[in-house]
Design a binder for this molecule. Structure first.
Ligand SMILES: [Zn+2]
Ligand SMILES: [Zn+2]
Length: 126
């Protein structure tokens, strides 16, 4: 670790001591998004439209809305998780309250979603 990185880490540690991070999901002190909240994030179900990712009663290649699209602007969309608490509060804090430090813990859900194979093993090409 070079000198400036060490100083930056020391400054961050000092700031954390003066203003300890608070969980955006439950308000606990100690982390911006605590392990309990991180574990309670609800993943998306497997029964989604393989194109748009909207939840369906069963997995389908194309939902009725996608079947009606003549020239869809996107090839594939997926939600990283359900937009429920505590994720909802964390996303709100990131987007509207300027808590950019939440980008890293929340990005983990995006990465996990990206690595997950599509519903039926193949992507639908429109
Ligand atoms: Zn929490
Ligand atoms: Zn669809």
């Amino acid at each position: 670790m070079n000198g400036s990185a060490w100083l930056a880490q020391l400054a961050r540690l000092g700031a954390d001591l003066l203003f300890p991070p608070q969980c955006s999901g439950c308000g606990r002190i100690g982390a911006l998004f605590c392990p309990q909240c991180a574990q309670s994030v609800e993943g998306t179900p497997a029964t989604v439209c393989s194109h748009c990712g909207r939840m369906q009663p069963a997995a389908v290649p194309l939902c009725t809305l996608c079947q009606q699209e003549i020239d869809p602007p996107l090839t594939l969309t997926r939600a990283a998780a359900l937009y429920t608490e505590p994720l909802r509060s964390a996303v709100h804090a990131l987007k509207y309250e300027g808590q950019r430090e939440l980008a890293e813990p929340l990005a983990r859900y995006l990465v996990a979603s990206f690595r997950r194979p599509p519903v039926d093993g193949t992507y639908v090409q429109l």
